[in-house]
Design a protein around this ligand. Sequence first.
Ligand SMILES: *Cc1c(COP(=O)(O)O)cnc(C)c1O
Length: 393
Amino acid sequence: MTATNIEIPNDLLPADGRFGSGPARIRPAQIEALTSAATEVLGTSHRQAPVKNLVGRIRSGLADLFSLPEGYEVVLGNGGSTVFWDVAAFGLVRERAAHATFGEFGQKFAKATDTAPHLKSSLILGAEPGTAAIPTPEALAEAGLVSSPAEAATGESAADVFAWPHNETSTGVATQIKRPAGIAEDALVVIDATSGAGGLAVDIAETDVYYFAPQKNMGSDGGLWVAIMSPRAIARAQEIKDSGRWIPTSLDLVTAVENSAKDQTYNTPAVATLLLLAEQIEWINGNGGLTWATERTAESSGLVYDWAESAEATHPYVVEPADRSSVVATVDFDESVDAAAVAKVLRANGVVDVEPYRKLGRNQLRIATFVSVDPDDVRALLACIDHVIDALK
Ligand SMILES: *Cc1c(COP(=O)(O)O)cnc(C)c1O
């Protein structure tokens, strides 16, 4: 049988066939909200109440979702997480950043600070894809990046930003979010939560900046960045700006903080993205908040990992169970199955975007188990994959 004419029986198919890791599933109810609100907000001024109220819903909804400690602020701007890396290189890193990298996204932020001409070269703790790392002073010293743990806090090579991804979307590895012991009192913990936010547990008090773009677990469209900032992070942005560093206006974090406080962005946002995001946040909060969301993603991803461990031709790509993400599950196939062929058949049957991250180059499927994905759809997907594997034999 050739891949192209394998038909998956209708009763096996998931209700919704979107399992991509970003842009990711947007729930039909959100799209309906878009239609019903269309003439009130779409195509209206972002400086007037209807759109500002939307930004206000996002800011207060996130404050609830993450139980924000006193003084933390929700800040937003245009350009997605990639642009936020530049915002951070200009407005958060005083002299030197320390990063842990174990996949594509962590590496890209490390490159942004490392190559910025106004900053000292970054301390980059690299780990193999499929594993996790945290740039603690101990780990940096162990890797020989600093001469001792104390050196990372106060020495010549001290870092003033410590950054790593909550969830490395390219590999399906999640990390624990905890302020590393022994870093300087005013050092910032800056976490890339693009795919983790709202799907993985977090104590925001352990972070200074928890940032994301909303096209992943937050079930909206791309093009926006959202950063939850601690008082320490807000003070740092102000300190750097006051130092006279040249900062392009569109990347100016203080300008973003000031605009966000007025429920607006510095320049025109995509209003539909804001609306979809507000709907998603309120949907999560209405169902029981972060506890509900993390139980749901744990259930969905658990189905994938259990299946991958029990099936003959598959195993979870991430070897260490504690590192396995509940929002992006990666499954390796042995040589008896061509994962790319499986993905192709699924796609021809309307089940899309389970291909692995392109640069990882593995015989793998990557399945997003974001909060928008019903666990029953994951059950159906796994039955579909079993069906396709059999049919390809
Ligand atoms: C998708 C992703 C990004 C990039 O987001 P953009 O909005 O496309 O810039 C950054 N970090 C992580 C962890 C991601 O998953």
